[in-house]
Design a protein around this ligand. Structure first.
Ligand code: OFO
Length: 176
């Protein structure tokens, strides 16, 4: 059983993860329109991942006998100034999510809620990995430059990340 305050805070996190999923979906469509197929694939996957983060909290709330609420999502922007600004926005968003998870942990401490504290550890690791990944992509964009001539190379770099992720996922499945 979780407190009402915790239930509310977790439902707010559900909304944040769902918003991220929709924002990234919109970004994927923008990349598609620009012919940036690698970046599009990357953002579609990120969008699906965010949905799974949302569902993980959804199920958790039910598991601890709370009421998970389906969030109302504001329509995300459909246009982005450049691929660099798009990834800067993703990075800023991930930092915001990390901060929100830290706040949830503060609340766990306040309420002596060890169960939710334990549940949230997965998100701490996930956020560290996500932030590192976005920083890597931004570093590459800064190195390559994001002028029209560079887009092809940026997209190739992001596609290399897609391939590496797919290979890692295939390995993980084989181990099961
Ligand atoms: Fe779920 O926000 Fe990061 O990954």
């Amino acid at each position: 059983m979780i407190s009402q305050r915790m239930e509310q805070a977790l439902n707010a996190q559900i909304e944040m993860e769902a918003s991220a999923s929709f924002l990234y979906l919109s970004m994927a469509a923008w990349c598609d329109r620009k012919g940036l197929n690698g970046a599009a694939r990357f953002m579609y996957r990120q969008s699906a991942e965010e949905r799974s983060h949302m569902l993980r909290i959804f199920h958790y709330i039910s598991d601890v006998d709370g009421a998970a609420a389906t969030p109302g999502i504001r329509q995300p922007p459909h246009d982005f100034a450049s691929i660099r600004e798009l990834f800067e926005e993703v990075y800023a968003h991930e930092q915001k999510v990390t901060h929100a998870i830290h706040k949830l942990l503060d609340l766990c401490n306040e309420e002596d809620d060890y169960t939710t504290h334990n549940f949230l550890q997965w998100y701490i690791t996930e956020q560290r990995e996500e932030e590192a990944l976005m920083r890597t992509i931004l570093d590459k964009i800064r190195l390559i430059g994001d002028g029209p001539q560079s887009l092809y190379f940026i997209d190739k770099e992001v596609e290399a990340i897609n391939q590496a992720t797919a290979a890692a996922e295939a390995d993980a499945e084989e181990e099961i």
